[in-house]
Design a protein around this ligand. Structure first.
Ligand code: M6R
Length: 365
């Protein structure tokens, strides 16, 4: 079943252009260049606030969705980890939409949070990969991802498919709220349609990433930095690495470095900087230079334009991404962080598909 691949995780990473295209197909009408969601018995126009709840990698997809929903639809979005949401007595406005994101649809904390939100009068939307799961059954609005079965404990293709669905959802909410013109909707559909090809171009750098993996494999701690929607990608990169390679890793918002974490920097702590060219680039690069000034060894992930602008012989390595529209940056940059974790784990000889202490579906609270 793994085909030519050594691990399920590797197979699932390489499947992403296909399954993201498949997922997008159910949410985009390519002829009309419109976003299409399943039928629903309420309108987003009436939704005053959206509360997103999830765990782990699905939570990071939710973090990216918060940026999109606020940017496109100008709707207030609250976001929480399921195990925190349940116990903090959240204030939920009547008629609000609660959005749950889960690969398995069975994660105990997320399911309990869903039931809590329902009891509090929220409408329940669910982005889920297993269509027969408990969460799928309990949704008012079911938004399936079409990633197919995900076997590796580390979530990869489910994550990028979640991002694809969430981008379509953000566009639809924006349309219903009158915040997006037809022409703007067409543009969004156009950019999303480019994601599978961009992901293929990102996968082409697999060999470069494999070559640099030994440099990271000997580290004890690794930091990931990003800004804006690249911040959740930094968190996701760090989670992937710790989960399968057992190297301690943390993701930080690039601007937070000087509020504490920069004290960790020395030549033994590689810092992975996620910085596509664009409006946030210069700010992130200046944070990167602060790290370098303290002897930090940086791996920069950017496009050709960004890599040229930030060229520096102190860089430990670079990973070149295709130049893509900001909307599909998270979908594209998910690939190098997944591949880096994968190759580091392989270099270390850990059990990539079945890492210690972890289960694919966390059904205990
Ligand atoms: O099935 P879910 O998406 O609800 O699972 C949530 C987390 O347990 C999951 O994303 C976990 O963090 C992954 N192992 C990360 O790779």
């Amino acid at each position: 079943e793994k085909g030519n691949h050594r691990h399920y995780m590797q197979k699932e990473i390489f499947e992403q252009p296909l399954v993201v295209a498949q997922t997008l197909q159910s949410y985009l009408r390519s002829y009309e260049q419109q976003v299409a969601l399943p039928d629903m018995d309420f309108s987003f126009a009436d939704v005053p606030r959206i509360t997103i709840v999830a765990c782990g990698t699905s939570f990071y997809a939710g973090m990216v969705a918060k940026y999109w929903l606020e940017q496109f639809a100008r709707v207030p979005v609250e976001l929480d980890i399921a195990s925190e949401f349940r116990y903090r007595q959240p204030v939920l406005e009547a008629g609000g939409l609660a959005l749950f994101i889960s690969q398995s649809g069975e994660t105990a904390d997320t399911l309990a949070a869903l039931r809590h939100a329902r009891a509090e009068g929220q409408r329940i939307a669910v982005v889920v990969n297993v269509p027969t799961s408990s969460m799928a059954r309990e949704a008012d609005l079911l938004l399936p991802t079409r990633a197919g079965p995900e076997i590796g404990v580390a979530s990869t293709k489910a994550f990028t498919c979640q991002l694809a669905v969430l981008a379509a959802l953000a566009a639809k909410v924006a349309r219903d709220k009158g915040r997006l013109t037809e022409a703007e909707e067409r543009e969004i559909v156009g950019h999303l349609s480019e994601a599978p090809a961009a992901m293929n171009a990102a996968l082409a750098h697999d060999g470069d990433i494999e070559k640099m993996a030994p440099l990271i494999a000997r580290a004890r701690d690794v930091l990931y930095l990003g800004r804006g929607p690249d911040y959740p990608m930094a968190m996701e990169g760090a989670l992937k690495l710790k989960e399968i390679s057992y190297i301690h890793a943390e993701g930080y918002a690039a601007g937070e470095m000087k509020h504490g974490p920069i004290a960790l920097i020395d030549e033994h702590v590689p810092v992975i900087v996620i910085a596509p060219s664009g409006p946030l680039f210069e700010k992130t690069v200046s944070n990167m230079q602060e790290v370098q000034a303290r002897g930090g060894k940086v791996v920069l992930i950017s496009d050709a334009e960004g890599l040229a602008a930030a060229a520096d012989d102190r860089l430990l390595a670079t990973i070149e991404m295709p130049k893509v529209h900001p909307l599909i940056v998270p979908l594209t940059y998910a690939i190098p962080v997944q591949l880096l974790a994968y190759h580091v784990a392989v270099a270390k000889g850990t059990d990539v598909d079945q890492p210690r202490n972890l289960a694919k579906s966390v059904t205990v609270e």
